[in-house]
Design a binder for this molecule. Structure first.
Ligand code: ADP
Length: 448
């Protein structure tokens, strides 16, 4: 096993990876920007290297600085975490060229799944249904108009290189297609340096269901059940749960089989997630994330599997430490994403934490790098804590969620805790009766 791993990330996810390494006897190297000199991931790591100024492009996306840090500290491998360079095929290649192990899939798989047009094509080749839409990238508005007539309105225009909900626009009718097409392409070019877009039918009330996969590239492929991530604002997930309250056992068996079969055919190695939209008992593949995901802890809570540990094992050439028959899905888990933002206006709220007390007790897990006195910098993602609850059933889990939210003290900044408290009291949520558009309407009700 590796002796020393460099963690090319920050915040709670860097800490999460550090913890797995520590429990495996692996030493860790933290990298950080000047804004993160006092961050918890830096404090807990065995060694740390400052890799640049606050803006991410100069630090957490600064490939030469990260590779130099790995060389100086004598790391064996680099874990990219979530976001930043985690799905960057060029980075994965450079890591290998410099003699380090990239803890993630091959650069070929990163490239194939990083472009949603080629990813959808691959899914179709594996026999997975996709959302009806264009077969590939759409060259111009004339072609878009022709295709849209065949697909049917409303139409969703999506960026081939998309992520985080950017480069996505809905055209309700043909009248708005030209503008939506131009805006999506411009946004895609600005955000991803790739203006290619494709078309999909815009589904009216889908749920977002995704399957967590682990594969070792030696024939071992397992799933850890599905996650329901339908509670989203601006296509960003806010609360996730497993199992999905919408699926029956047959549907669960079907979607997890679709996912594991595809990953086995792909010869994939690493952790991955296949994302589907689910409507009227049908599943449609939308994309595959070739990395750890923010919401991975809920799958860990119901299976007892440490996903990061398995990532480290398979990256080192070891087989998965379990087979499908060893995995028992037990109870229910919910993750509340706690962001440093106002729970009504969603205005970012960086600043100093004046008091901090995390909840505890049976079935409560907190993944966070916050501490009293810490200053949440304004430069990065607003996620500051993940409150993860486990219960024997969904009702117990929701009661535990209410209790833990009540205990959680974070002062000095605004957080989304009050939003989660409103959600936990909302009949539709309690009944599991929601789709991907539901949360937008719910938060609009609280707007002044
Ligand atoms: P990104 O990579 O930017 O997150 P995804 O393709 O994963 O984009 O989609 C993000 C979210 O956008 C989905 O979870 C869903 O809520 C919504 N979405 C995507 N495709 C469709 C569609 N065809 N119809 C309706 N909603 C969609």
């Amino acid at each position: 096993m590796f002796e020393k791993v460099l963690i090319a990330n920050r915040g709670e996810i860097a800490l999460r990876i550090h913890r797995a390494c520590r429990e495996m006897g692996i030493r860790t190297v933290a990298v950080h920007s000047t804004a993160d000199a006092n961050a918890m991931h830096v404090r807990l790591a065995d060694e740390s290297v400052c890799i640049g100024p606050a803006p991410a492009r100069d630090s957490y996306l600064n490939i030469p600085a990260i590779l130099s840090a790995a060389a100086i500290t004598g790391a064996d491998a680099i874990h990219p975490g979530v976001g930043f360079l985690s799905e960057n095929a060029r980075f994965a290649n450079m890591v290998a060229e410099h003699g380090f192990v990239f803890i993630g899939p091959t650069s070929e798989h990163l490239r194939l799944m990083g472009d949603k047009v080629t990813a959808k094509q691959a899914a179709r080749d594996f026999g997975i249904p996709t959302v009806p839409g264009s077969d590939g990238a759409v060259a111009d508005i004339d072609e878009a108009r022709k295709l849209a007539d065949g697909i049917g309105y409303p139409i969703l225009i999506k960026a081939a290189a998309g992520g985080g909900g950017r480069g996505m626009r809905v055209a309700a009718t043909e009248a708005s297609l030209a503008e939506a097409f131009a805006t999506a392409a411009a946004e895609a070019r600005a955000a991803f340096g790739n203006p290619q877009v494709y078309l999909e039918r815009y589904l009216g009330r889908p749920r977002h269901i995704e399957v967590q996969i682990l594969a070792d590239g030696q024939g071992g492929v397992v799933h850890l059940g599905e996650r329901d991530c339908s509670l989203q604002r601006k296509h960003q997930k806010l609360l996730e749960e497993t199992p999905s309250p919408a699926l029956n056992a047959g549907e669960r068996a079907m979607v997890t089989k679709l996912a594991t079969d595809a990953v086995a055919q792909l010869g994939y190695c690493g952790a991955g997630t296949l994302e589907f939209l689910y409507q009227d008992s049908a599943f449609f593949f939308i994309e595959m994330n070739t990395r750890l995901q923010v919401e991975h802890p809920i799958s860990e809570m119901v299976t007892g599997v440490d996903i990061v540990r398995e990532q480290l094992r398979v990256a080192d050439g070891l087989p998965l430490s379990m087979r499908q028959s060893d995995i028992v899905l037990s109870g229910h888990a919910i993750e509340c994403r706690i962001n440093a933002e106002n729970s009504v206006s969603f205005r970012p709220s960086p600043g100093q934490i004046t008091a901090y007390l995390a909840p505890g007790g049976l079935g409560v897990r907190v993944d966070s790098a916050l501490y009293e006195g810490y200053i949440v910098p304004p430069h990065y993602d607003s996620l500051v804590a993940k409150l993860i609850l486990h219960g024997t059933g969904r009702n117990e889990c929701i009661m535990r969620m209410r209790r833990a939210l009540e205990e959680y003290v974070i002062t000095g900044i605004d957080t989304t805790i009050p939003l989660h408290q409103r959600l936990a009291a909302e009949p539709d949520f309690i009944d599991g009766n929601y789709d991907v558009h539901w949360l937008e309407r719910f938060v609009a009700r609280a707007q002044p």
